[in-house]
Design a binder for this molecule. Structure first.
Ligand code: SF4
Ligand code: SF4
Length: 708
């Protein structure tokens, strides 16, 4: 407390003592906040169950990394740096804000432990923190008003922009910083005036500058400034506290909890109902999300926690090609829905269907997602989209609301175990190609085969003429590495990966159960696949199956050990670029193995696209997405091929048959045939393999004939 100047608690205002007035203001402010918070929590109590209470130490670690450490913010350098600065400033100033509020009730209050040297250091740090936050608010407002980054824009179909709200909030925070600084500066200036030792203010900080401005003012003015700045500070503090739950700033309160309760695993899909096992799913009356209350409480918390920073949509390939989907607005629309249907006063919630005329989402919007995960990877608050989208699809499927183009493949999956409606017995036809079968014998992995490893082929590689080449390359590589492998052949069905992500949970379960039985019966110890979708399904959606690897991981290991040797590239002028498939990269973090394999090919020149690794741009989606015809301005694959050309490449290497289908198609659509080609990693490695001497080849041929 500054000696000589009257503290806010010691003054009488309108016949009321300062102590009483500020006690009442504090109580009123807190009561309003808790009432508002209670109303905001109400929908969460009506939401579906969601099990987020496991692994507390892992969760705390993530809080330290993503909330306290602001881990994802630097991915957008300017906005991220500013956010880190004002977040740190807020944390530092929280103690100061608390002390100031108590000062109105207790004029001599000093926070325990904040006197002496520690207190002095804190005083300096907090002066600079207030200055930085103040300046950040001004820069952020200028950015929003003048520079208008495209990702903050609100397309007309999503309603009005939030510029006014955002700038108003920035102004309120700046006012809070200014009033706190003014309070301190007027006290210090008063001391200088009285010839007393003045409270130390950090040089060039906002309070220091204001003290310089005020120091020549009369004592009465300083007293008035001191008291009014305190008054403004308290009112702004409580106004902000109670106003934030009505807009994007609510994340200030919810983000800590949102990060703590965030999903821990990757590549998975939430169960239809938490706490209901697969065996009891037939007792569930309704699948998926149809009304707002069908969302889980955590998904509702996501809606509150969105900072509307636009990063998710900025990275979303569906949004980039003009599909009617922008993840940011999936959240904003749901949050607006909550505010509207769970008002501060009166009845709450009416169970309106979310996807219906007058609902907040359209069918196309929900089917447009490729589940690539770019939005989730980017969100600094760890907000999830795929689980929500899959749940909304489950709801539509449950109501028989399936797009026309998907009906046939879904039926074929049910009846034939593949989306093309081809015969089961033709599943291993790709192994019978003449040139191939003479040099590489692929056996059927069953109880008698003694195969160590299962090559899980999946539908597209089994049946699509072009993709069968990836299957044969994979088999030749395994053979060259001396792996004792086999395939399930007619006993294999589609992995069901896409069926699950398209909301067909029961169909997925049937396919999974069939495959699990077949895998167990084969007695294999390991599984390999060249299809990242199958890889993801076997790794995350299946239980009790042997460990699974993607072929790029096997090749990488075998090349490193010297078991596989690679010839130099024939055309040294070619420039290669690797396209990360979403279900290998983002969902399973396999980024390095394919690159290491490419770099192990002598003479191969490799470049990177701007959007690579965890920022890879989806090729257009795999599985059933190949059958869906979304409304879009441009194909994702075409955009991806253009990115490869911009990087200076003329060969795109993929490690996924679906990427291959989309990218080869896109090369044609973009008119880049002859200038750009695509090849699968397995095909390229197969091409470059150092082959055994002709005599050995002959030996292999004989062996294959014997085996056949
Ligand atoms: S998963 Fe991919 S396509 Fe779907 S909303 Fe997220 S970024 Fe967009
Ligand atoms: S969901 Fe995350 S990334 Fe998207 S706008 Fe909200 S906070 Fe930003």
């Amino acid at each position: 407390m500054v000696e000589g100047i009257q503290s806010p608690a010691q003054v009488t205002y309108w016949l009321m003592s300062g102590r009483t007035l500020f006690l009442l203001l504090n109580l009123l402010g807190l009561a309003c906040f808790f009432y508002i918070a209670g109303r905001r929590i109400l929908p969460l109590t009506r939401g579906e169950r969601d099990w987020r209470f496991d692994q507390p130490f892992v969760r705390l670690e993530r809080v330290l990394q993503f909330w306290l450490g602001q881990w994802k913010h630097p991915r957008y350098r300017t906005a991220g740096t500013m956010h880190i600065l004002f977040f740190a400033g807020f944390l530092i100033l929280a103690t100061q804000a608390f002390s100031l509020l108590i000062l109105g009730v207790s004029p001599n209050f000093v926070l325990p432990g904040s006197s002496g040297g520690v207190g002095h250091i804190y005083d300096i740090v907090k002066d600079y923190a207030a200055t930085i936050v103040f300046l950040c608010m001004i820069v952020a407002a200028i950015r929003r008003i003048v520079f208008k980054p495209a990702r903050y824009e609100v397309p007309a179909r999503y309603g009005k922009g939030h510029l006014v709200d955002a700038v108003f909030l920035l102004a309120l925070i700046a006012l809070l910083m200014a009033s706190e600084s003014l309070f301190e500066a007027s006290g210090a200036a008063f001391q200088v005036h009285q010839g007393q030792p003045a409270e130390f203010l950090a040089v060039l900080s906002l309070p220091w500058v204001l003290k310089g401005v005020l120091v020549a003012s009369p004592l009465s003015t300083l007293q008035t400034v001191h008291l009014s700045s305190y008054f403004v500070d308290v009112l702004t503090f409580y106004f902000l506290l109670c106003y934030r739950p009505f807009g994007i700033q609510f994340h200030v309160e919810t983000s800590l909890f949102n990060v703590y309760f965030a999903k821990l695993d990757r590549g998975t899909v939430k169960p239809v109902r938490w706490g209901v096992s697969d065996e009891h799913l037939d007792q569930v009356n309704s699948f998926g999300v149809k009304t707002f209350e069908d969302f889980t409480w955590k998904h509702m918390l996501d809606f509150y926690s969105c900072a509307d920073c636009g990063r998710c949509s900025d990275q979303c390939p569906a949004n980039a090609v003009g599909r009617p989907l922008s993840p940011r607005f999936l959240t904003i629309k749901a949050r607006d829905y909550t505010f509207q249907h769970y008002p501060m006063f009166g009845r709450a919630g009416n169970g309106t269907p979310l996807i219906s005329p007058g609902g907040i989402y359209s069918e196309d919007e929900i089917w447009s997602c490729t589940t690539c995960g770019a939005c989730e990877e980017e969100c600094p608050l760890l907000i999830q989209y795929i689980d929500k989208i899959v749940d909304l699809r489950r709801g539509m499927i449950d109501d028989g609301n399936v797009p026309q183009s998907l009906q046939k493949p879904l039926k074929a999956l049910e009846s034939r175990g593949n989306p093309y409606g081809k015969m089961e017995k033709k599943r291993a036809e790709w192994t019978k190609a003449k040139d191939f079968s003479q040099t590489c014998a692929v056996k059927t992995a069953d109880a008698k085969s003694n195969a160590d490893m299962l090559y899980f082929v999946d539908s597209i590689t089994s049946y699509d003429d072009r993709m069968q080449s990836i299957g044969r390359a994979t088999a030749r590589i395994l053979d060259a590495a001396g792996v004792n492998f086999g395939i399930l052949g007619a006993a294999e069905k589609d992995s069901g990966h896409e069926a699950r992500r398209f909301g067909e949970e029961m169909l997925f379960m049937a396919l999974r159960d069939h495959n699990v039985d077949a895998i167990k019966a084969s007695g294999v110890q390991r599984i390999v696949t060249a299809d990242p979708h199958a890889y993801n399904a076997l790794k995350h959606d299946y239980k009790d199956v042997p460990p699974v690897e993607h072929i790029s991981q096997v090749i990488c290991r075998e090349v490193k050990s010297g078991n596989l040797k690679l010839d130099p590239v024939e055309n040294a002028d070619n420039v290669y670029v690797y396209h990360d498939p979403c279900y290998l990269g983002r969902h399973n973090q396999v980024y390095d193995d394919p690159r290491e394999v490419l770099d192990a090919i002598p003479g191969l020149k490799r470049v990177e696209m701007d959007r690579c690794r965890d920022r890879s741009f989806c090729c257009g989606g795999g599985g059933l997405m190949l059958f869906y015809e979304p409304k879009e301005d441009q194909r994702m694959g075409v955009k991806r091929v253009q990115m490869a050309a911009e990087a200076g490449a003329n060969v795109i290497v993929t490690a996924c048959p679906f990427c291959m289908a989309n990218i080869e198609d896109a090369i044609k659509v973009a008119g880049m045939e002859g200038k750009m080609t695509a090849i699968d990693l397995a095909e390229l490695v197969d091409q470059q393999l150092v082959r055994p001497a002709p005599a050995e080849l002959e030996h292999d041929k004989l062996r294959s004939e014997v085996l056949a």
